[in-house]
Design a protein around this ligand. Structure first.
Ligand code: G3P
Ligand code: MG
Length: 234
């Protein structure tokens, strides 16, 4: 298991979830990347975090209302970063294969059906990438259940900004391999308790090296970071 996932690629240096952000993983010798995936109106799967383009292209449009042809006209722009375009899932798969990365696919659903996500995101990924290099995650429990029903052997992580009996029961119900928890709720004392349940624990988003070292020493298995190239145990 890698100890650092580049969160949306090396997102401090390039526009998040873009080809350039993912390519930087190879440049810095990073082995694992997290990306966000969602569906367009025509069910094309694309790599994008937000529901709309306000933050990353200064355009007031919902992504789920666009076709791929309409998306092609949109350029992602951020101060001090190179312009990028939105990657499709099939472009992502090619990049992941070329760079030989472990990939965490975080699924973001905005009202579409679980079936559409399984068919257009989960199915092609399972077909194209080795199962041991592919980890699905989501805050969306209904969708995680649908992924588990579709594939009994895929690796799944439950995302949560809190941890309680309900989250634990859900992890057990779907036989998830991991729980990815918000760093702010991770109490060093509690990490041992989480680990005692027998799943991997990941922490997001960790951009401070001292905190990274503290979490790893406390038993966290891996972190998600916007500055993965700056984290080290030394
Ligand atoms: O997958 C960890 C983290 O990415 C979850 O939150 O909003 O950054 O996608 P978010
Ligand atoms: Mg994410």
């Amino acid at each position: 298991m890698q100890s650092i996932f580049a969160h949306r690629g090396v997102s401090s240096l390039a526009i998040e979830n873009s080809e350039q952000a993912i390519q930087l993983c190879a440049q810095y010798g990073l082995k694992a990347v997290e990306v966000d995936v969602q569906l367009l109106a025509d069910n094309t799967a694309v790599i994008f975090h937000d529901a709309d383009f306000k933050r990353l292209a200064q355009i007031d449009r919902q992504l789920k209302t666009l076709t791929l042809q309409e998306l092609d006209a949109i350029t992602l722009k951020m101060p001090h970063k190179d312009n990028q375009s939105v990657l499709t899932l099939s472009e992502l798969i090619d990049i992941i294969k070329r760079l030989d990365l472990v990939v965490n696919i975080e699924l973001k659903r905005f009202g579409q059906s679980c079936d559409a996500y399984v068919q257009n995101i989960v199915q092609p990924l399972i077909k194209e990438l080795p199962i041991n290099k592919l980890l699905f995650s989501s805050f969306d429990f209904e969708l995680l259940e649908a992924i588990r029903a579709y594939c009994t052997h895929s690796k799944i992580a439950v995302l949560s900004d809190h941890f309680d009996e309900q989250v634990l029961a859900f992890i057990q119900k779907i036989s998830a391999q991991a729980c990815h928890l918000k760093d702010a709720i991770l109490n060093i004392e509690d990490i041992k308790n989480f680990k005692a349940h027998g799943f991997f624990v990941g922490a997001f988003t960790v951009n401070d090296n001292k905190r990274y070292q503290q979490l790893m020493q406390a038993g966290v298995d891996y972190v998600f970071s916007d500055v993965p190239h700056l984290l080290s145990m030394e």
